[in-house]
Design a binder for this molecule. Structure first.
Ligand code: ADP
Ligand code: ADP
Length: 226
């Protein structure tokens, strides 16, 4: 079964603006998938719907065989989400942010601590564990969001513009980290407006523009045709 299937997904916001006009796509388990498109194309809307932060107007989203309308709590366990905007309690300590997320997924306290240490170490944040999140640099905040998204060890990691506004060195180390977890078996979907990023990282790609999927192929085929 695919990691993610989207069928005929549409979204009209309350002001009547149609952000998604019936998009369909499928992402296989183990894939590294790019949703590429310019600002305003509908990328964040799509991700918001997958993780139930945004209501949909029509269509279907299925995560590892689970329809999010039928059993969102079950679907949620499969998904780790790295939002574009930093959305922590800025006074909360780094370690507590990750531990509390583990609690939210129902992990026992000992496992929550173990995983928190593991992912904070992997992301180079362990020595910042007692610091309030507002004290972190931009790149560190981004990495904290990744640690938080991984603590329940989701099969599917979704990142919304993970490298927007980060410097080149940070971008490279983030790419390496994402390649590593994909190689270890985690399916990754990222949104980006850099073709270069999709080319460097991803196997398959969908291009979204004005709420429509205008291209969906392997990155290799796409680049060959350009
Ligand atoms: P992307 O992530 O590709 O930049 P978004 O999904 O954020 O695109 O937005 C798609 C379109 O929907 C944009 O034109 C945006 O202005 C519009 N939009 C986003 N959120 C809302 C909202 N709450 N109300 C009305 N329009 C919105
Ligand atoms: P700033 O935002 O102040 O530039 P960063 O938080 O981006 O600082 O980066 C601080 C250091 O952590 C850099 O040397 C960077 O290479 C390193 N780093 C960045 N990402 C990772 C990662 N995923 N794992 C381990 N170290 C990382």
């Amino acid at each position: 079964i695919p990691a993610l299937t989207i069928e005929n997904l549409s979204k009209s916001y309350d002001n009547g603006f149609q952000a998604l006009k019936g998009i369909s796509l499928s992402v296989q388990q183990g894939d590294f998938f790019a949703l590429l498109g310019p600002n305003g194309a509908g990328k964040s809307t799509t991700i918001g719907i997958i993780c139930s932060l945004v209501s949909k107007s029509g269509g279907k989203v299925v995560v590892h065989g689970v329809d999010i309308d039928e059993d969102f709590p079950a679907a949620k366990k499969f998904i780790g989400i790295v939002p574009q905007e930093f959305n922590f309690n800025v006074f909360e300590k780094v370690e507590d942010i990750v531990i509390n997320q583990a609690g939210y997924y129902g992990l026992p306290a000992d496992i929550a601590r173990e995983r928190t240490e593991k992912y904070l170490k992997e992301l180079g944040l362990w020595d910042k564990r007692d610091v309030a999140s507002r004290m972190l640099s931009g790149g560190m905040k981004r990495r904290l969001m990744i640690a938080r998204a991984l603590v329940h060890e989701p099969r599917l990691l979704i990142l919304d513009e993970p490298t927007a506004g980060v410097d080149i060195e940070m971008r490279r180390s983030m790419w390496d980290f994402l390649r590593k977890i994909n190689a270890a078996g985690t399916t990754i979907i990222l949104t980006t407006h850099y073709l270069e990023e999709a080319e460097a990282l991803c196997r398959n790609i969908a291009i979204i523009n004005h709420g429509n999927i205008v291209e969906n192929s392997s990155v290799r085929d796409l680049v060959r045709r350009l």
